[in-house]
Design a protein around this ligand. Sequence first.
Ligand code: PLP
Ligand code: COI
Length: 341
Amino acid sequence: MEKKNIDWGNLGFGYVKTDYRYVSYFKDGAWDDGAIITDDMITMSECAGVLQYAQTVFEGLKAYTTEDGRIVTFRPDLNAERMENSAARLEMPVFPKERFLDAVIKTVKANEAFVPPYGSGATLYIRPYMFGYNPVIGVKPADDYQFRILTTPVGPYFKGGVKPLTIRVSDFDRAAPRGTGHIKAGLNYAMSLHAIVDAHKQGFDENMYLDPGTRTKVEETGGANFLFVTKDGKVVTPKSDSILPSITRRSLIYVAKEYLGLEAEEREIYLDEVKDFAECGLCGTAAVISPVGKIVDHGKEICLPSGMTEMGPVTKKLYDTLTGIQMGRLEAPKGWIQVIE
Ligand code: PLP
Ligand code: COI
């Protein structure tokens, strides 16, 4: 398969149109068979549920080229399960897990020419999404839905690759107690747009959101979970009902324990504790693990001992091990790697 003529090494995290996408329609209470199509345009009613009341959920995963030239995805079953939970919470029909996995394989295979080569630093980002598209004017769930998958080759989410980030404690909340923070709904990201634009204006790379109930505990950023390392080398990540259950974070806890022999714990983390940590990183599919060098809490600077030039040593080990598993350099736990054949 001849690859597209793309400058893989210089890709940012942006949209590049690929040749094929997947669509399945839900109508009269059932999903149709689904198909790979070429048309990237969507036509729908001006009164579509997604346009009026934001009835949409999505997922994000990546396809990687391994050292030995295979194309693989990482734990797509967990994306399928999370999308089932997201859909159910927004009163949308569930797109079955087996069909989700099959659709991912078909879409990646069709776009094989866009899967970045091994060693280029780029990957193929896979974006499954679902929305209500028939007219809805009274506030209620739509009747008709589309499940789609688009793909786009991407480079690093944060400019500068692995240069440590500076983040601020946000005065805005991204989630509500007992709200939708734990699902991957478009509305959570619309919520975060003002906060991120403002953070960038003030010179910060991202926002640290606190728990919306008490504003004393660390939650996550707009697009990634937090991971901290204590001064005695223990990995800790925030536990909360209003953060997205990151597949990367859950995988890193396993990697820390089983590959690196570290202690790792998911627990509530108070903002007051952050000054005592040795390292901090943002973890997610897009972010992989992006190191944080400085956290600013209303003018008060918390400078992580790992500094502003490099990833901390434990973060680096986690990064190397996780990407090693994803790129086929290290043996993966059973079921983590799905080969696209
Ligand atoms: N938190 C938020 C708000 C996200 O959008 C994402 C990205 O998917 C994550 C965390 C990381 O989740 P994952 O590791 O499953 O990509
Ligand atoms: C991902 O990491 O897959 C996400 O969806 C994050 C998004 C903000 C780009």
